[in-house]
Design a protein around this ligand. Structure first.
Ligand code: IPD
Length: 309
């Protein structure tokens, strides 16, 4: 019911704040007492040399899980670190009420003290992300949304902040768009890993968006933040026009999807790099590894100083 959802939303917001405080304290502890180098040694590899976990990921996930299971014992819990350890498909999303949590999205950023990292909490029902909370404490940015209640930055500013009336479809992107992508962590193809294939594929997409073959407009920039859920939040904000990644998990995107959809943006599992103009844009299916996000269109061209075509 509406009341139940509002109650879950209030709980998720408080949980995001508490977990963000833990994350901030852990990061400050590292900078404050020179533990940074020590912790760089302490992080542990998961799948491969670039798939990492720290004590902070694990502590925050344990805290969030404990809070959720004592408040909502019947709800399912899917967390990045629990999944890695459990290695069971049972952890993935079912139609039942489910919390999907990345206690620290942007782990590599956190280890290297690049401030693009956050706590990411989503509540999903019938496979639809209904509530999203993303707290990036080093950036003082707190994103939240609940289906039917709007999406906000720092609880007061409705998203998108930056409005542009032209919907930005790849291949038809207006001049001045910013495209964001993530390299991901998959390095299966030894000895070189498959990073080069991803780089190539992203560059192709950037070129399509940027106007190769006379299509698209002049791209203002291509970004790679290192946190998929924050990418989605910036698409919801209108700062990024398009985001694409070809290798993430549910916890990397669930909260960002909830926020972006509530802000009026589009997220789909279509694979546009092959053909930006004709790829079908269907609704998002959680469980895909591949996502394309398109920012919300604003109401009027005069509300923005940005040039559109
Ligand atoms: C990763 C980040 C990264 C993305 C990877 C994710 P983590 O999450 O979101 O930007 O490219 O696919 O796994 O490991 O930092 O929580």
């Amino acid at each position: 019911s509406r009341e139940e959802l509002d109650d879950i939303y209030a709980f998720a917001v408080q949980l995001g704040k508490d977990a963000g405080t833990m994350l901030m304290e852990a990061a400050q502890l590292r900078t404050g007492d020179s533990r940074a180098i020590q912790e760089q040694k302490e992080h542990v590899q998961k799948e491969n040399a670039v798939d990492l976990v720290t004590e902070t990921d694990e502590n925050i996930e344990a805290f969030i899980k404990q809070q959720i299971t004592s408040r909502y014992p019947s709800h399912a819990f899917v967390g990045e670190e629990s999944y890695s350890k459990g290695a069971s498909r049972d952890y993935l999303i079912t139609p039942s009420p489910t919390w999907c949590v990345d206690p620290l999205d942007g782990t590599v950023n956190y280890i290297h003290l690049f401030p693009m990292f956050c706590v990411s909490i989503a509540f999903i029902h019938n496979n639809k992300p209904l509530i999203g909370v993303i707290n990036a404490p080093f950036l003082n940015q707190f994103f939240s949304s609940c289906a039917g209640r709007g999406a906000f930055l720092n609880e007061t500013q409705p998203l998108p902040l930056i409005r542009n009336p032209v919907p930005t479809m790849p291949g038809k992107a207006p001049s001045g768009c910013v495209f964001s992508c993530e390299w991901g962590k998959d390095r299966k193809d030894v000895p070189d890993g498959n990073l080069h294939r991803k780089v190539e594929s992203f560059m192709n997409m950037a070129a399509e968006i940027g106007g190769r073959n006379g299509r698209g407009g002049m791209v203002h920039g291509v970004r790679c933040l290192g946190s998929a859920t924050l990418d989605l939040a910036y698409v919801a904000m209108g700062s990024f026009d398009i985001w694409w990644e070809g290798g993430c998990w549910e916890w990397d995107v669930a909260a960002g999807i909830a926020i972006l959809q509530e802000a009026g943006g589009l997220v789909t599992t279509a694979n546009p790099p092959e053909d930006c103009d004709t790829a079908p844009i269907e609704d998002v299916r959680l469980g895909s590894r591949l996502y394309l996000a398109i920012r919300p269109a604003g109401p009027s061209a005069t509300e923005t100083g940005r040039q559109s075509q």
